[in-house]
Design a protein around this ligand. Structure first.
Ligand code: SF4
Length: 237
């Protein structure tokens, strides 16, 4: 799988290869189990039940790094942050920022396109309780690192959604850019900003999970501030 990731020549090739990954037994079992049993509201739908590739522009200046697909969101629809409440919040914000052509993301064929932006997760399969293990994160890392390598020529800013994504950035920084992070590593926080000379800037943002958005810990205004800043840093208008 590491060799397959390294061989991917472009994003389409990478997306296809990711979708066919079976490297993590626990996650493979879970994604397939969820796809088999389904949630009552989606009983009549066919679940994707596979790893979920990245989404968006090949010449992205801004990357949004999430944790992992949702069991009944990306794992159902086959597209990251699509068909769940987290995606509702994220794509509404991206649309307000001019980075998405529509404010919703409900299905893989709904016409959504992104501008200057690519979205992907640190772990590509839906994990039980939204909690991948450290070995699963490390096993999946070559997909993330290859994706970053492929968009490296234009990439200027990475927005890390939550502490897990923030932590996944540092090994990527080393693997893709050859930059050793400072020790101790910069702490995650909403609005945290790490700036590297030979690598994209990193912005921290609370995850768009219901836990954060329903409680008001993360508001639409806070998301707007993050994406305004990301666009500024990326030189995207
Ligand atoms: S989490 Fe990543 S490495 Fe593990 S099976 Fe899914 S795509 Fe493969």
């Amino acid at each position: 799988m590491v060799a397959r990731a390294a061989r991917a020549t472009d994003l389409a090739d990478l997306d296809g290869a990711v979708s066919d990954c079976f490297a993590c037994p626990r996650l493979v079992a879970w994604r397939e189990e969820v796809a088999r049993t389904r949630r009552a509201a989606f009983r009549d739908q066919h679940y994707w039940g596979r790893p979920v590739p990245g989404l968006g522009a090949a010449d992205a200046r801004i990357a949004i790094l999430g944790l992992a697909p949702a069991a009944h969101g990306g794992n159902r629809t086959g597209r990251i942050f699509t068909g769940d409440r987290s995606g509702d919040v994220l794509f509404a914000a991206l649309h307000r920022a001019g980075l998405a052509n529509q404010p919703t993301s409900v299905a893989a064929d709904d016409g959504l396109t992104l501008r200057d932006t690519r979205i992907f997760a640190a772990v590509r399969c839906a994990p039980p309780d939204n909690k991948p293990t450290p070995p699963e994160r490390d096993t999946c890392a070559p997909w993330l690192h290859r994706e970053l390598t492929l968009i490296r020529p234009t990439l200027r800013v990475v927005v890390a959604l939550g502490a897990f994504a923030w932590a996944a950035w540092w090994p990527a920084l080393r693997a893709v850019y050859g930059v050793r992070p400072t020790s101790p590593r910069p702490a995650f926080g909403h609005g945290a900003h790490w700036s590297g000379t030979a690598a994209p800037d990193l912005l921290g943002c609370y995850h768009v999970s219901q836990q954060n958005t329903f409680t008001g810990r993360l508001t639409p205004e806070m998301l707007d501030d993050v994406f305004t800043r990301a666009k500024l840093l990326a030189g995207a208008d």
